[in-house]
Ligand binder design. Structure first.
Ligand SMILES: *Cc1c(COP(=O)(O)O)cnc(C)c1O
Length: 359
């Protein structure tokens, strides 16, 4: 078997030990004579998986007891509309920080059902930076403040979270579990699993009970957080396989030493990569302002699109896959989620030096 270094932005690389464990128990889960994906979601086996996955999330991320943990379908994208439908009161509005494609999509959905105030935006500079606290113009009547902690496409990340007295709601899809955070600062955190947690198809929603209780009434059943809280994510069939995979990924994360350790490794990976960019004397050009650089998705350009194509092709030929930038930005994107080992970045950086010499 030969595994490549997979730098894809999502779905993306997952820890090999988690994949191997899934493989080993795939056909006959714990001597039940069936796979976990063939088991009833109301049966004892899946029930244990569900309980353990929630407990692991609570433990690893430090989620206080007064937060519910939900596993929903529809991707992070469904949250873009559920949040304003549930939490903006009739005639009201919410504050949004616009830092990239995903923020914009969230803003668009909020404007369909209510009103979004954009309190800060880096759109005029092609989303190359993260606004500071001083640059945000909050509305005192806003129902909540929404932001995207890591901008998967433009390669920027909040290194300090915004401060507000409103409920803070965060799309953490592409950097959840990459560093320790203080969950108690948030009213709600959500993340599509397919970046740092597991496979596509499940969205983790972490929501404080007192915030959940403020939700609007009379929504369609599936769109109301109340429904999923009351039924503990079991109102309908939950994304069972995704939940099971999150459990295996979190077990791996704990084996690594948890979030402090993974943050140190993520920092090392990012410093190595950006160090190589900065040392290249403009040959590799980072697109994000240095103080806003993401540790999960690093974006850069080369002198021409032709050279970028060559870079991507030659990297792929030696097992460095998925380096093409998003179509809206172009260039190169290096996604280095938790499961990307330091050795992958070392190999990439060595390739970058060779490529620069040869071209
Ligand atoms: C990938 C991504 C999304 C979209 O997730 P889906 O699960 O495809 O809906 C939303 N927000 C961020 C920050 C992302 O990286």
């Amino acid at each position: 078997m030969s595994r490549v270094y997979n730098f894809s932005p999502g779905p993306c690389t997952l820890p090999l030990p988690a994949l191997e464990k899934a493989q080993a128990e795939f056909i006959d889960y714990h001597n039940t004579g069936m796979s976990i994906i063939e088991s009833s979601h109301r049966g004892a086996e899946f029930k244990d998986v569900h309980v353990e996955t929630k407990a692991l999330l609570r433990q690893v991320l430090g989620i206080p007891e007064d937060y519910h943990i939900l596993f929903l379908g529809g991707g992070a994208s469904l949250q873009f509309t559920m949040i304003p439908q549930n939490f903006i009161p009739a005639g009201g509005s919410a504050d949004y920080i616009n830092t990239g494609t995903w923020s914009k999509k969230a803003i668009k959905e909020a404007n369909i059902v209510a009103k979004a105030n954009v309190v800060a935006s880096s759109e005029a500079d092609n989303f190359s930076w993260i606004p500071s606290q001083e640059e945000m113009q909050f509305d005192k009547n806003a129902a909540y403040l929404h932001f995207t902690s890591n901008n998967t496409i433009f390669g920027t990340e909040f290194h300090q979270f915004p401060e507000t007295d409103k409920p803070l709601v965060c799309d953490m899809s592409s950097d959840i579990m990459s560093r320790p955070i203080d969950v108690s600062k948030f009213a709600m955190i959500y993340a599509g699993a397919q970046k740092n947690l597991g496979p596509a198809g499940v969205t983790v929603v972490i929501i404080r009970d007192d915030f959940a209780k403020t939700a609007n009434k009379g929504l369609p059943t599936m769109l109301a957080y109340d429904t999923h809280i009351d039924k503990d994510s079991m109102f309908n069939t939950p994304p069972a396989f995704g939940i099971y995979m999150i459990k295996l990924v979190l077990e791996w994360l704990l084996d690594q030493g948890g979030l402090e350790t993974i943050e140190a490794i993520n920092r090392q990976k990012a410093e190595l990569f950006y160090g190589a960019v900065d040392a290249s004397e403009g040959y590799y050009r980072g697109t994000a302002r240095p103080d806003s650089r993401s540790r999960m998705n690093a974006t850069m350009r080369l002198e021409s699109e032709e050279l970028e194509k060559k870079f991507i092709a030659e990297a792929a030929a030696i097992g460095l896959m998925g380096l093409k930038g998003h179509r809206s930005v172009g260039g190169i994107r290096v996604s280095m989620y938790n499961a990307m080992p330091l050795a992958g970045i070392e190999k990439l950086v060595a390739f970058m030096a060779r490529f620069k010499e040869d071209n």
